[in-house]
Design a protein around this ligand. Structure first.
Ligand code: AMP
Ligand code: ZN
Length: 120
């Protein structure tokens, strides 16, 4: 892990620090879940590790606990929204072609309607 714990210019680090508002859904010691400001499905929640990691491409085996923490929280969000049976999709966008717009690792939790496959 070569990155600082927090990037003062990062949107999600600023939300985690309470400097910018967000609708918090759930949180744990290592991650928070917030409502996406531009929802693409009835449930569209972002699960974000508290520690700044710029994207999935830079994670290493040392980040195993952080990754387990965000996937656990994503499943907690899905359960809390009653999506266990209907299903849901977890998305991580990496880089320009995937449309990553915030360079702080996050999982999109999408559900509440049938989701197209393959994604666009
Ligand atoms: P990505 O494009 O995968 O990097 O995802 C970034 C997501 O963050 C997009 O779905 C945006 O709608 C969402 N977003 C951007 N700004 C905010 C904000 N202030 N609060 C909540 N979600 C945001
Ligand atoms: Zn950050």
């Amino acid at each position: 892990m070569t990155e600082p714990e927090r990037d003062p210019h990062c949107l999600f680090c600023r939300i985690i620090a309470g400097e910018l508002p967000a609708l918090k859904i759930l949180e744990t010691a290592s991650a928070i879940a917030i409502a996406d400001i531009n929802p693409q499905a009835p449930t569209h929640v972002l699960v974000i590790p508290r520690r700044h990691i710029s994207g999935i491409a830079v994670v290493t085996p040392e980040d195993a606990a952080t990754l387990a923490g965000i996937f656990d929280l994503a499943n907690q969000v899905a359960s809390a929204r009653g999506l266990d049976q209907s299903g849901y999709r977890l998305v991580i966008n990496q880089g320009p072609d995937a449309g990553q717009s915030v360079p702080h690792l996050h999982i999109h939790v999408l559900g509440g309607r049938p989701l197209q496959w393959p994604p666009g």
